[in-house]
Write a protein that binds this ligand. Structure first.
Ligand SMILES: Nc1nc2c(c(=O)[nH]1)N[C@H]1C(S)=C(S)[C@@H](COP(=O)(O)OP(=O)(O)OC[C@H]3O[C@@H](n4cnc5c(=O)[nH]c(N)nc54)[C@H](O)[C@@H]3O)O[C@H]1N2
Ligand SMILES: Nc1nc2c(c(=O)[nH]1)N[C@H]1C(S)=C(S)[C@@H](COP(=O)(O)OP(=O)(O)OC[C@H]3O[C@@H](n4cnc5c(=O)[nH]c(N)nc54)[C@H](O)[C@@H]3O)O[C@H]1N2
Ligand code: SF4
Ligand SMILES: [Mo]
Length: 884
């Protein structure tokens, strides 16, 4: 029988509602939930492809000890024993948990309770340290609490939306679509993008401020001054609800307009235009994400933004306010349970003796962490120097995502006892686990997540647990019980949720923002049917509040907000040895370390290789041509990635995505290059401003291969692997080529020895083509050249699923030339319908001059809409070229 389950997307912090349908044959399809108030039925490319990422391929399905299958009892006993041992010998601070914003709230709650309340250490930190901690620190400084004041609706109601350090089109696509739709309906609405790169988000921008790296503090200090000078400030709001205005004003006045120009690198006209727009528009929302948070001045950036909203009283009212966009599906839930090393549960403060006492009484725990624990970067330093003897990593892949990643890997390798809970068997981190615990993935997990607008939604299972995989909360609770701790006898996530809700209300009395007391009696049946809701929801309170601070009511003891007096940082980290600024971030169709999106051929087709965006003039200076390979190096490490020469990138800087790792590429873990520099207040790494040098990688041979089997073993200095329909695609480069290509193919692609290749070699150019067929099926094709291989990729890939009955066509393949009957569609732009760039260009030449017209002709952009900005860009490019 077909079943439909309402759940939540496990990717970004937009938190879209998803309806998963499981057919009679067990096949799953997904669609957006039209009733979910975050997305109203929309899904982006990643959400739409969820069904492709939930197969059991690569999953870890039973516990392992030292790589050998073990029972749960053996594994859990060992974990409990090793943790208890380390604590007994070296004290509670000798152990640590490193967890994740991709855990459900219930998992997170149990992990935090175990570490802070029962082990008695603050040493639980999370990948949210790399993501949200500057926002948390900024909120707490300004508001006295970690509160996101507004709601998504504000982004549609605003007359000016400022997007600072946020590539919404790719990273929060459904929010981007909501804003784009609001602007289409109300063209007077203005959008300003502040980003050193011209990203796809700029497609809907009225103004793009291509700011210098870390110029944001100066930009918003200058704005603050302008708001005062132009008398746009709200004197009443400042007087009644805030403190510290004079000091903040004095600090801002110390910065001249010329200094702002210098520090931001922006033309005076643009700066004035932005200041004018902001001053003259009442309804302003300023959204910010990693371009703000991931910086050594991240917390100051957040406060510089909040200062402007407090000064104008534009906060917590319809269409107004600062808005921190969260990255992960449950970054907010993690904050609610106090999963950061410097927080306590339910938004209470670890520094406060009263709060510690309250939480300890509620948990009836033998102890409570007396002080903040180690923040992620410091935690792995403590692992490296032997202070941490036992480490449990859950739902995160720090060997890829932490700065100074090679040092992090070495630390994990050297740690006496490492537990990893993951869904996959082989990741860059799981390979160092002494104990590997199989966790439930999306579609199996059961619990709640909170999105950027404080909306709590259910993730519901629609599959049974595969193999012996078990929930993360269950793993933690079982270890707690084995360590002899009471209070972990949960039967289901509903029990945990009710306890979490009860703690949020416990002795609250309106003194803490996070209060979901209305749910403290949630029983299993109600939990099953729980509808998405926004906090706060105190017991018995109606009507329900959805915004904070329009009328003050902040959470500092005097109930006032604080302006923060800020100084602009020195943004530039480069020097003559490392003269370029490395910026890192995301692409549209991959999620983090690719453990899930890397399974989808559609998502892997959008961008199939690690790359560095380089400005054309820098490319000339460092001697890299388009599509050749570039080496990027810092004192910490090195990568080799493809050069993507583009004017979207500012001079003197490079952009490299964070996604590629040792499972998909030879040397593309960009965090190996990122220095472990952090914000002094939040401890968040500065992953967007790293001094590096770059040069050409001198390849003797470049190759492109498609193969039915996954390549067995690759050891060239450059390779990058991606899933395609029917197999795999591999890009390679050698500095020393194999002497026998046929033998190399046989060994790499598992080709039976009795199959002879079709081949073509050009002695003069050094070009070589080899293709192996098994009957009518292509097993592998290899294209080798001295220059970057020019063969049409999507055409070659399509040959893996084609029937090769015609001998002439087989030779066409060996020659690397598409036949006239099968033109090359080009790199995928629309993942939903598999439409390539060449097809779109052809449609434009055929007269489709709008995104809608292209959609009508090719369907591209008509499902999830994530590629609409790119299609717009291609149309603009073609029309501009035609006009020249
Ligand atoms: N497709 C996709 N979507 C995702 C994710 C994913 O992996 N893939 N991950 C999710 C997560 S966890 C997160 S945290 C979010 C992140 O979402 P975003 O923060 O939007 O993504 P990033 O690409 O990390 O960085 C955003 C932008 O900051 C800019 N930037 C760099 N330096 C500066 C600076 O000094 N000032 C300013 N103003 N801007 C700067 C970069 O050029 C970049 O375009 O995305 C979420 N959504
Ligand atoms: N240079 C650079 N580095 C960055 C960033 C950047 O912009 N630039 N961004 C940072 C940010 S914002 C973030 S959020 C991090 C993200 O970085 P990570 O958290 O390291 O990345 P993920 O790939 O999401 O790792 C999740 C892991 O958990 C597993 N998993 C998935 N679901 C579950 C589950 O339910 N339970 C368990 N136990 N395991 C599960 C996955 O297989 C995967 O191995 O990267 C940070 N690192
Ligand atoms: S915007 Fe996309 S990735 Fe984010 S929650 Fe919605 S469907 Fe998932
Ligand atoms: Mo994140």
């Amino acid at each position: 029988m077909e079943t439909e389950v309402k759940t939540t997307c496990p990717y970004c912090g937009v938190g879209c509602g998803v309806i998963a349908k499981v057919g009679d044959d067990g096949r799953v399809s997904v669609k957006g939930d039209p009733d979910h108030p975050s997305n109203f039925g929309r899904l982006c490319s990643k959400g739409s492809a969820l069904a492709e990422t939930i197969d059991l391929d690569g999953r870890v399905l039973h516990p392992e000890i030292a790589g050998q299958m073990a029972s749960w009892d053996e594994a859990l006993d060992l974990v409990a024993e090793k943790f208890a041992d380390a604590i007994e010998k070296y004290g509670p601070d000798a152990v640590a948990f490193y967890v994740s914003g991709q855990l459900l709230t219930e998992d997170y709650y149990v992990a935090n309770k175990l570490m802070k309340g029962f082990i008695g250490s603050g040493n639980i930190d999370t990948n949210s340290r790399l993501c949200m901690s500057s926002s948390v620190a900024g909120h707490r400084r300004a508001f006295g609490s970690d509160t996101v004041p507004g709601t998504y609706e504000d982004l549609e109601l605003a007359d000016l939306v400022v997007l600072a350090g946020a590539n919404l089109a790719w990273c929060h696509p459904v929010l981007y679509q909501r804003i784009a739709a609001a602007k289409a309906a109300r063209p007077g609405m203005k959008i300003v993008v502040i980003d050193p790169r011209r990203t796809m988000t700029c497609d809907i921008a009225d103004l793009h401020l291509a700011i210098r790296p870390d110029g944001d503090v100066a930009l918003f200090m200058g704005l603050f001054e302008h708001l005062i000078a132009s008398n746009t400030i709200d004197q009443n709001y400042i007087a009644e609800h805030t403190g510290g205005f004079a000091e903040a004003f004095a600090a801002a006045s110390a910065l001249s307009f010329n200094q702002v120009l210098e520090l931001t690198g922006l033309p005076a006209m643009q700066l004035r235009e932005f200041y004018r727009l902001f001053a003259t528009t009442e309804k302003v929302v300023t959204c910010y994400s990693q371009g703000v948070n991931q910086s050594s001045s991240g917390t100051d950036k957040v406060n510089a933004i909040i200062n402007c909203h407090l000064a104008t009283g534009r906060i917590g009212r319809s269409g107004m306010g600062p808005f921190s966009l969260t990255g992960q599906p449950n970054a907010m839930g993690g904050r609610e349970v106090g999963g950061l090393a410097n927080m306590l549960a339910a938004h209470m403060a670890i520094e406060s003796a009263g709060d510690r006492d309250r939480v300890q009484r509620f948990w009836q725990s033998p102890r409570i962490a007396a002080e903040p624990g180690l923040k992620a970067v410091d935690m792995f330093r403590a692992v490296a120097d032997g202070r941490i003897k036992a480490l449990w990593i859950m739902a995160t892949n720090p060997v890829v995502s932490m700065p100074d990643a090679d040092a992090v890997e070495a630390a994990i390798k050297a740690c006496p006892f490492v537990v990893v809970s993951d869904v996959l068997r082989e990741t860059d981190t799981t390979r160092h686990a002494h104990v590997l615990l199989p966790s439930l993935g999306w579609g199996e997990k059961d619990g709640t997540v909170t999105n950027s607008e404080r909306r709590i939604s259910r993730q519901r299972p629609f599959f049974d647990a595969p193999g012996r995989a078990r929930a993360d909360w269950w793993q933690m609770a079982e270890v707690a019980k084995r360590m002899g701790f009471p209070g972990f006898d949960y039967l289901s996530p509903a029990d945990i949720f009710a306890e979490h809700a009860a703690l949020s209300a416990f002795e609250n009395g309106g003194n803490r923002d996070f209060d979901i007391g209305a749910y403290e009696t949630t029983a299993t049946a109600e939990y099953g049917a729980l509808q998405p809701f926004q906090w706060p929801q105190p017991a018995g309170a109606t009507p329900k509040l959805t915004r904070f601070f329009a009328d003050g009511g902040f959470y500092h003891p005097d109930r006032k907000a604080r302006f923060v007096a800020i100084e602009p940082p020195a943004g530039n980290r480069t020097d003559s040895r490392f003269p370029l600024t490395l910026n890192t971030g995301r692409i549209r169709d991959h999620w983090h370390t690719m453990t899930r999106t890397g399974k989808s051929p559609r998502l892997s087709g959008h961008i199939a290789e690690p790359f560095a965006e380089i400005h054309p003039r820098d490319a000339i200076e460092i001697g890299v041509a388009e599509a050749s390979l570039v080496e990027i190096e810092s004192p910490h490490g090195k990568v080799i990635v493809r050069a993507l020469v583009t004017e979207r990138q500012a001079r003197g800087s490079l952009f490299v995505p964070m996604h590629w790792n040792d499972q998909f590429a030879a040397a593309a873990r960009i965090d190996a290059v990122v220095a472990p520099v952090t914000d002094p207040l939040s401890g968040q790494p500065a992953s967007k401003n790293v001094a590096v040098r770059a040069g050409r990688f001198r390849a003797s041979h470049y190759c492109f291969a498609v193969s039915a089997a996954k390549p067995r073993y690759l050891d060239s200095p450059y390779w990058a692997l991606a899933r395609t329909n029917g197999g795999w695609r591999t890009e390679l480069a050698f500095d020393l080529a194999p002497d026998n290509w046929v033998g190399w193919c046989r060994a790499t692609f598992d080709i039976p020895t009795d199959l002879e290749p079709l081949g073509y070699a050009d002695q003069a150019s050094g070009d070589l083509r080899l293709a192996f067929f098994d009957g009518e099926r292509l097993l592998a094709a290899l294209f080798v050249a001295r220059q970057p291989v020019a063969v049409a990729r999507s055409w070659a890939i399509s040959q893996l699923t084609a029937e090769h009955t015609n001998l002439r066509k087989r030779f066409a393949l060996a020659a690397g030339r598409p036949g006239a009957d099968k033109p090359d569609p080009g790199a995928t732009v629309c993942s939903c319908f598999g439409v390539g760039v060449n097809q779109i260009v052809a449609a434009i030449r055929g007269g489709c001059h709008s995104v809608e017209a292209v959609g009508k002709e090719l369907k591209a952009g008509t499902n999830c809409g994530s590629c609409r900005a790119e299609i717009g860009g291609i149309i603009d490019g073609c029309l501009a070229a035609a006009a020249e």
